[in-house]
Design a protein around this ligand. Structure first.
Ligand code: ADP
Ligand code: MG
Length: 174
């Protein structure tokens, strides 16, 4: 029986380390994956997403899509997952300015969360009632000026497996 939930915590010492963790996760992602990020302003959500995009072979500059709620990037699976890398879209959401979770449904965003790209959502806590049961939740918090705590919580077999693989791959980083 695969685990139903699993969690794992890391403290990073600097922004580049947070990005490297993001890249390690990004390299493991595939169609339909949902990554939810939460934590106060400056916790490192965008920094982590920048690394994640890099891990998906995205070269564009990634920043917070504060005025648009959603930005789309063309990425691909890491070649180590299969002999040929496959195109994989990254949908980067930032719900900072969201007033009502129903807005997400009104805008048709649910299609993305159940679609074939990868979704990364900053300020996911603003819409906790709408998320699918299976997802990877990452809670970031400030320890001090240069340290950030990242708590990974996987729900469902796909994300428990993903988190296990991620944990193995990051022994070298942390
Ligand atoms: P958020 O998207 O959560 O508001 P950002 O990633 O935009 O946060 O900003 C994080 C800020 O904290 C950046 O200015 C970054 O340089 C700084 N920082 C300092 N230490 C770290 C760390 N260990 N990990 C990530 N960011 C860090
Ligand atoms: Mg941000």
């Amino acid at each position: 029986e695969p685990a139903v939930t699993q969690s794992f915590e890391i403290v990073t010492q600097r922004p580049t380390q947070t990005q490297r963790l993001g890249a390690a996760l990004g390299a493991l992602l595939g169609p339909g994956d949902l990554i939810l990020l939460d934590g106060q302003l400056g916790a490192g959500k965008t920094t982590f997403t920048q690394g994640l995009a890099k891990g998906m072979q995205i070269v564009d500059v990634v920043n917070s899509p504060t005025f648009t709620l959603l930005k789309e990037y063309r990425g691909s699976t890491a070649s180590r997952q299969s002999p040929t890398s496959q195109p994989l879209a990254l949908y980067h959401f930032d719900l900072y300015r969201l007033d009502d979770p129903d807005e997400i449904l009104d805008l048709g965003f649910e299609d993305y969360f159940y679609g074939s790209g990868v979704c990364v959502v900053e300020w996911a806590g603003k819409a906790d009632e709408i998320w699918p049961t299976d997802k990877l939740y990452i809670r970031l918090s400030l320890v001090d000026e240069s340290k950030r705590r990242l708590l990974f919580v996987a729900s469902g077999p796909r994300y428990c497996e993903l988190l296990q693989q991620f944990q193995k791959n990051t022994y070298a980083i942390t």
